[in-house]
Design a protein around this ligand. Sequence first.
Ligand code: ATR
Length: 276
Amino acid sequence: MSSADRYAVFGHPIAHSKSPIIHTLFAEQTGERLTYTAQDVPPETFETEVRAFFAGGGKGLNCTVPLKELAWKIADHRSQRAELSRAVNTLALRPDGTIYGDNTDGIGLVRDLTVNLGLTLKGLRILLLGAGGASRGVIKPLLEHGPAHLVIANRTPEKAFQLADEFGDLGLIKGCGFSDLGTESFDLILNATAASLAGEVPALPKNILQTGGYCYDLAYGSEPTPFVLWGRDAGAAVSVDGLGMLVEQAAEAFQIWRGIRPETRPVIDALKSREH
Ligand code: ATR
């Protein structure tokens, strides 16, 4: 009998990654025979480690912070969404030995918002906090769902202007600094800054969240993130972290590798119950 196909996630740090549990649960559910491990890989040795992994029989990799831009560079072919986000979170070895790169973060977020949380994005006023790699990856999938408009706010306003310019032809989009946020309120506020990692929340004006609006932190943690707590305090109808997005982006990666999309709901529920 042939050995199980090998997959892994590379990141730095990686110790707390939930990806091995998620993919192991997917494999059990679908009956696919595979192993999935986590490997701490610093940027300096990333390319060597990727080539060694594939040369040693590995079939696919996920890449997380801070390796997504490097993964984009290493890919021989890329999906259109990976090109737009200039970041890759999924690498797959093709039969001809070349490496394919895709980015499933944006679709993962949109599926969590629309399928799991039941939101209709069409017509919503959306505020996206942050203008780094995490924001770049989700802008196009959000715009495709027809929001009324999308404002990108960032601590360094120039980066928000630049990002809005870049995606400007796709729809109604504007960049600004946090201090430019005035009296306008939003139906959905997404936090794609790294502020949660520092235990902080971007400084936002009072009443920026429409009564009964939604808050979503792309980061996740075993405790509610500072932004999730901020959202609850601001009166959000729903204020959640990015656990659902994590599972959804993983399901998309699993499909790219195995040609089968696992069910995400039981895996999200299993992860939530492990936290308590
Ligand atoms: P990622 O790939 O996770 O998006 P990144 O490209 O380094 O990481 O971007 C980090 C984002 O978080 C940026 O938008 C950054 O704002 P600046 O562009 O002004 O640096 C934002 N960020 C990081 N720490 C923050 C904090 N404490 N408050 C607000 N924004 C913060």
